[in-house]
Ligand binder design. Structure first.
Ligand SMILES: Nc1nc2c(c(=O)[nH]1)N[C@H]1C(S)=C(S)[C@@H](COP(=O)(O)O)O[C@H]1N2
Ligand SMILES: [Mo]
Length: 258
């Protein structure tokens, strides 16, 4: 069980016991010292939870143009040979479209020109890979929040799954395709982008052309490259091996905070 699931389960249990107390009535509650202790600990819990949320919404550090790395080291897949990807690459991604579907009111198919018209952002941030290296790059892209608002998330949508074009590992059951997932706190974070430019130029193939995720409060493997489709889901346990991402399926943490 991840720390996140553990915490959620704990909060749920605390909320349930608190709910029971409310039903018992306020008078009886305040008279009972035991209930007071529960209430006080619940208050501490709320504060801790609040801190957690506030922390998740804080901005990642941004850097100055002089800090930009000369080479943004490509890693993982750097030249996908999947036929569909090759066909798009051959024509400079002219016919490529990002699909947005799943738990949305209005599924979308957005070209690069469409994405450039959406509310965007440019930011200079540091990318940290678990392998122990970092690079600073300038990213420009469409903010994920406004893009999702355009599609209209259904009430039960809880995660955004990013389906990628590349197969990083050949497996017999077809679970070698790269994918990632983030929750709605990260999806709506102001620095969460679907980036189409690196250092003022169209995103190079080795860094994820035509579109890659930037979710700046998390580690490198969350930064999905070659993004083809965003799928809004309530739960990701039915996707691939069920842990929410290619590396998560191979033992890495789902929430890779830095
Ligand atoms: N589709 C896809 N996305 C991916 C990967 C990959 O192999 N395929 N590798 C991840 C890892 S481990 C890192 S560190 C970054 C590397 O991004 P870069 O090539 O721009 O440095 O992409 C991440 N996103
Ligand atoms: Mo990485």
């Amino acid at each position: 069980m991840s720390a996140e699931t553990h915490r959620r389960g704990w909060l749920k249990a605390a909320a349930a016991s608190l709910g029971g107390l409310w039903l018992a009535g306020c008078d009886r509650l305040t008279e009972n010292p035991k209930s007071l202790a529960v209430l006080q600990s619940a208050e501490g819990l709320t504060r801790r939870f609040q801190r957690l949320v506030v922390d998740r919404r804080a901005l990642a550090r941004e850097f100055a143009p002089a800090d930009i790395s000369k080479v943004f080291k490509p890693n993982g897949s750097t030249n996908p040979d999947d036929p569909e990807y090759l066909a798009h690459k051959a024509v400079g991604f002219a016919d490529w479209k990002l699909l947005v579907d799943g738990l949305v009111d209005k599924p979308l198919a957005l070209s690069l020109a469409d994405l450039r018209k959406l509310p965007g952002r440019t930011q200079i941030t540091r990318h940290d890979c678990v392998e122990g290296w970092s690079c600073i790059g300038k990213w420009t892209g469409a903010r994920m929040g406004p893009l999702l608002d355009l599609a209209g998330l259904k009430r039960n949508a809880r995660y955004i799954v990013l389906h990628c074009a590349d197969t990083l590992e050949e497996t017999l059951d077809g679970t070698g395709q790269y994918y990632e997932s983030i929750d709605l706190i990260d999806a709506y974070h102001p620095q969460t982008l679907l980036a189409y430019e690196l250092n003022d130029r169209p995103l190079p193939v080795e860094n994820g052309a035509p579109l890659r995720l930037r979710v700046e409060r998390q580690l490198g493997y969350k930064q999905a490259k070659y993004v083809m489709r965003l799928e809004a889901v309530e739960d990701f346990s039915h996707i691939s091996r069920g842990r929410g991402g290619f590396w998560e399926d191979r033992g890495y943490e789902w929430y890779a905070g830095i």
